[in-house]
Design a protein. Structure first.
Length: 425
């Protein structure tokens, strides 16, 4: 169990870091201030500030985030009447505003805050030393920091470095960069699998063998036959063959095979078996496994496998809406932990395969046009491009809040469903 937990944390950590680094990299390139780069959620364990960004590790290894200036209530740690202490530089300009009781500024000036502007004119004013007769305004440095209530030190967010101050195309790239990094990670991971395996193994529409109760063998199909058609459906791969057969449970089916450069039609009746509450057909054949060790096969495997998995995942997502939605079609952290446990039993290659699959999942799901996801943000960017102006912050905030609420509700339902599936069945 300890090995599984460590593997889960590493896999989940890589997914989060790679995804968030995409947002981080393009935000920095676009002149957007990244106030915090966090791995994990919840209470802070570790924090380190460098080059305007505070890097934190938080207690719960269930995600992470990039805090970009302008995408949050940047002044939420300040309220009228808040007691703070100020650290000034040699020119008497504020360089640190401490709102935390967990940290103390040496030679800090006590101030009871009355008003402030940390976006445009950059000043803070209030009653110095809590004395009603000492109402003072201090200029604030453009690169000043705020120590928040939990002790995390982050930069303030002046208007010129906020998300909305970047050009539309830069904001779109920043929103898209997270999923993009997940696709790149999937390609790299699948390629690494090919390297570690010493080549590429793949299946085709060629029959390699039969199961003990094979109706295909009884009907006259032989090992080495290529099944090129099921009824009127062409089958050029094992996946397309399996899909076509699965739809023909207990139905008389004519398959066309290619044998020694000649074609032959064979009638079979696929047996029916239950899978995921559905009847699917099977004819008891096994795929022929081909193995290639060429440099081209290894180098292209990451791209080919990523494309195949992308098509399969998109097909599954469309099917959720056309064939009926079920929570069993979704999986959260509990399901990922279960998959990790299984993959860990089979070694490093299996874990890397899982990493590639999960990364691709994360990238595709994040591009769904749901508010609060990257895809939803891109939709708002497109709307802004069409309207030639952004939605008001109030409207965008309401849309994002609705999307976030929907995602939280879905996550709770999925997690509870996963717990029942993996621990009580």
């Amino acid at each position: 169990m300890l090995f599984t937990i460590v593997t889960f944390i590493i896999v989940f950590g890589i997914l989060v870091i790679v995804h968030e680094f995409g947002h981080f990299f393009f935000a920095k390139r676009s002149g957007i201030l990244v106030r915090e780069f966090s791995i994990g959620m919840g209470p802070k364990i570790f924090a380190y500030q460098k080059n305007a960004t505070t890097y934190t590790i938080r207690l719960l290894p269930l995600g992470g985030y990039v805090r970009m200036a302008g995408l949050e209530d940047d002044d939420d740690s300040l309220k009228p009447g808040t007691p703070v202490s100020l650290s000034l530089n040699e020119d008497g300009i504020v360089e640190t505003i401490n709102t935390s009781h967990k940290k103390t500024l040496l030679s800090g000036i006590p101030l009871q805050v009355a008003k402030w502007d940390l976006e445009n004119e950059l000043w803070i004013e209030g009653y110095e030393n809590g004395d009603d007769s000492q109402y003072t305004r201090f200029s604030v440095s453009h690169d000043a920091s705020v120590i928040e209530e939990d002790g995390t030190k982050v930069r303030i967010a002046p208007k010129d470095v906020q998300f909305q101050s970047a050009a539309l195309w830069q904001r779109m790239l920043t929103n898209f960069a997270g999923p993009l990094n997940n696709f790149i990670l999937a390609i790299a991971a699948f390629t690494l699998v090919a390297i570690l395996q010493g080549g590429v193994s793949y299946t085709s529409n060629t029959v390699g063998g039969f199961s003990a109760d094979s109706v295909a063998k009884e009907a006259g199909v032989k090992a080495g036959d290529r099944i090129i058609k099921v009824e009127d459906t062409k089958t050029s791969s094992w996946e397309s063959l399996a899909t076509a057969i699965s739809k023909r449970a207990a139905k008389k089916t004519v398959i066309t095979v290619e044998r020694k450069n000649k074609t032959k039609k064979i009638a079979v009746v696929p047996k029916a078996k239950k899978q995921n509450n559905q009847q699917i057909g099977y004819i008891g054949i096994e795929a022929k496994v081909h193995h290639e060790e060429s440099f081209l096969a290894i180098a292209s495997y990451g791209f080919v496998q990523t494309w195949k998995m992308t098509v399969a995942l998109l097909t599954a997502i469309v099917g959720m809406f056309t064939k009926g939605f079920s929570l069993n079609d979704l999986g959260g952290p509990v399901a990922i932990y279960s998959y990790t446990s299984e993959a860990a039993k089979y070694g490093l290659v299996s874990v890397i395969n899982l990493l590639a699959f999960l990364s691709l999942n994360l990238g595709i799901v994040n591009l769904l046009p749901i508010p609060a996801l990257d895809g939803g943000k891109l939709v708002l960017n497109i709307v802004e491009g069409i309207r030639k102006k952004p939605l008001s912050q109030e409207k965008e905030g309401i849309i994002t809040l609705i999307g976030f609420g929907f995602l939280m509700l879905l996550m709770i339902l999925v997690t509870w469903n996963d717990i029942q599936r993996y621990f009580f069945n």
